[in-house]
Design a protein around this ligand. Sequence first.
Ligand SMILES: [Zn+2]
Length: 428
Amino acid sequence: MEAKASIYIPHAFRSFQGFSVIDIKESSASKTMEIILEKIPEKIHLCPCCGGRLGAQGDRYWVKARHLRCFGWTVTVGFWREKRRCEACRTTRSELIEWLCPTSPHMTLELAWWINRMSEVTSVMAVSRLEAVDKMTCYAVDHYILKRMLQGYEIPKVTRISVDEVYARSPKQQEKHETRDDLFMTVIVDQRTRKVIWVSQSRRKEALDMFFEILGPEACKQIEVVATDQHEGYATSVKEHCSNAIVVWDRFHLVQRFNEALNEERKDELERIDPEGAMGDLMNGKYRYIYLTKAENRSKTDQRHIDQVMKLNERMSKLELIKENFHRIFDTADTQMAQIRLGECYQWAMQIGANYIVDWIRSIMNEDRFWNFWTYRVTTGVSEGINRAIKGLKWQAYGYKNMTYFALKIMQKCGYLNHRFFFTKLAT
Ligand SMILES: [Zn+2]
């Protein structure tokens, strides 16, 4: 397909299937280039809906589509697009142009891929400004390309995963037919690579079921450890699909739940004490190490400090001790030590009548899923980095209305749905 014009036409501009470049109009004043195309005689006209051959030509209209920039100049492609009769669809259709983006027909696919490529490293808003392409178009194009990539996506082989719920929408965005569960997404992370390998809508059991079904029964059998929060739905799903998997409650969530119980105790206590009194100073964070130190290792001064706090407010100091002791449970070498520590926490909480903590400890103390931590040592699932990236995404897009798109964006930024991994995988 050689160009008719005698001017030099770069190879990059000779890739418009079914057309040849006949002219390039440039304007150095506006830094724009328009590539003028003409259809080749042997061009086949196909229906964009059914894929069949189109019949007799009807109307035609001039299309000016944005293409990749060249030396900073804005490049557009101009050509006649024909309308032809489709017998199968029984209507007149605009012919299929393979190199145009189907969701945004005023943009080439090359540019669509490029917009998607750039949105991997920055916000879609920034891409929109940089390329001078309407913001809504950029979102649509990015979404379209991600969906295309998803079609070729394969979940990698995994043995240890973590399943987390991530808060995605505010209750204001909750639809009538939805429940609070729909405000969350289920994020599945490969513990080995720390990459997000799948994101499902909602935090219901079905969300995790879907992942296991896509993964397939053989790959499910390979899963050995699943770290989750205390959500029963997830546990049931794991039990149904992964016959060889052990469920471990995630340390991060346990500490969160514990802190919630502790906070209730603190609120109760603060209503009783005078914040301006001696207690305020003695409970200062700078003395925290004193509470951490084992009694036998304390200096005389430190011990006096503790005694004073104990005298002034036994309950607050005990709560602090319980808290520190609970955190240290996860650093213990084995289950036996952990049991001793948890037993201490429980006893102390009983002594001061910290009922929120007592109830909470009771709810976990007989659960294998809790003690499994000391056997399998799985650390937090959705890591700080992933959490930050998800928050960043929400902030950049001012909250996502389209949850499918949001899920794809998480897989793009924190997983493998991007050029860095996708094309290296396809190449090998
Ligand atoms: Zn058709």
